[in-house]
Design a protein around this ligand. Sequence first.
Ligand code: MSP
Length: 663
Amino acid sequence: MGQNSQDSFYITTPIYYVNAEPHIGHAYTTIVADVIARFYRLSGFETFFLTGTDEHGDKVVEAAEKSGETVKSYVDRISTIFKETWPKLNIKNDYFVRTTDKSHQDTVSQILSKVYAKGDIYFSSYEGKYCIGCERFYTDTELVQGKCPIHLTEPKIISEENYFFRMSNYQDWLKDYITTHPDFIRPQRYRNEVIAFLREPLEDLCISRPKTRLSWGIPLPFDDNYVTYVWFDALINYISALGYPDGDLFKKFWPVAQHIIAKDILKPHGIFWPCMLKAAGIEPYQHLNVHGYWNVNMGKMSKSLGNIVKPMDLATKYGLDAFRYFLLRDMVFGLDSDFTEESLVKRFNADLANDLGNLVSRSMNMVVKYFDGKLKPPSQFKEEDILLQNASYKVIEEYKNMMKEFTFHKALIVVWELIGRANKYIDTMKPWALAKQDQERLNTVLNTITEVIKIVSVMLWPFMPHTAEKIQHQLGLGMVGVKLPLDSLKKWGETQSVGPISKAPPLFPRVNPVREPKRAPLDIKKLTEQGLQGTKSSGFPSDRGKPEMEEKMKEESGLVSLEDFQRLDIRVGTIKEADTIPGSKKLLRLVVDIGEERTIVAGMAAYYQINELINKQVIVIANLVPVTLMGVESRGMILAAEDEKGVYLLIPDKESTPGSPIK
Ligand code: MSP
């Protein structure tokens, strides 16, 4: 293998502790790594994707003891569960590292010896506050009311003699490095957090544990009475897996290393690890990409609360691709997100069944119906076709940039904008009418549509590989489509079908809405601070140029930005029940199907008869904070126009599926 890193890409996930089985948080990080690895593979990069398990330390020993197994058989069992889960989620890692691997242990010893020889490790006594959950000592300022901020438990006071890594030697270097490399840690908020931390003097890092207290670990090469602190051991996996120092993989991939982690392990990755690398004479990684936490129904996920979301359950219930799509689309990379099955189903029906599914099925059906699946090369393009082509090229460029910046939700938003445009193009071109008048034009229009679908399928492949492959198969592209490098999409119509276009069952048959009774209401204030997870908008201020200025302009002009508008969840609803409310002359209690049933109180008793409302379609704002009116809780608002003569319901032009989004 050559040593040129230019067209190479290396991505890692944290190596997960084997004290618990994989849940949606682990699945998210590993799917993100898979998506970005597939994107780079698709773009022609030689890619290496690493994940694995972290198998040393107190936490793992404690879990093994609880399970009644020997530590070795316990770590083997749980590590296998992780290893076998990833392929089931269509995750294609190139290697799975275990910290109990001999090759990993040898690399750890080698690094320790190197840093020791350099004089950056010393022996000293220490007393500190130690959280077993985090496997680390805490300073008083880091504790919250004396407790670990993550586990909310009081740390143990531990006093012992240990080895220390002179991390303080590297504080100035690290500060300087982060300042001169603005996207070393991204998004910005996490870079700022690390910089803030570095304003305080950095303490040296305790990197050993006496064997008398913990024997399950990698022995220190210079003192057999001690094992290596689990973080010093674990971080080294990122280079041991590449065959540091002489392996070809190391030479090729380390210069382009990118890590993905969640915010919980920012300090070890943003501070310990770069200092360790510097001390060992190794170049720092290229980027640390930090995402937020998945919460469940607005709360933390935990075993004791019994709300752990298991990835395989959801993938089995809704299909793997829908699950992958949901995770990447719903979370703004960098911010926390609230997981609810209800929002998964909403996205499934709106984005996948409606927008994407309909585009593909109606288009393929028309090609089969009008041309028996065989399109001829297009003739003269008209302005509308060229507009759609140009929009597609623009989206490809935006998509590529957003993927490289790890703003996956934005990449998906632009792809969906293109899907929306293609659907509109069909509505405007009316191929069914052309079929009666102009076969040549019909052929060009359908060529334009299938080309957009092809482009969409390629951009979707990293997220939804099965779906993209199915679409490409229907397009008659065989396996050619999957391997298309993104750059070759530059020429309209370059990749011709190798076979006829065919019909197929719907990609995403609609699923029934779920109700989540425990779901907390959407609180606009909180959502705005948090960046609007669970709604359509990205709302990530630090992602968008000059947020303060934008805010100010908005305030002054009274204008509403597109993002403000997209915060609203507006849907078509069908009124199922209508009733008066005792004691009120104005208000009616309505039950409206908006993909799920909602009770809504509306002030229209004076303008509409109850029986004329039943089965009427209306437009509903679905994500307002509930209010109680005359003792009835109203969860939504029905849109109506008002003038001096009365109130008029806004009604869709044609019968639409309840729950269809208004965009
Ligand atoms: N073993 C260490 C990592 C060592 S890396 C050299 C560790 N393991 S862990 O099992 O606790 O995994 C933490 C990581 O799992 C997070 O950084 C994140 O990638 C993922 N997640 C675990 N829970 C999560 C959520 N609730 N939400 C999102 N991701 C989270 O720390």
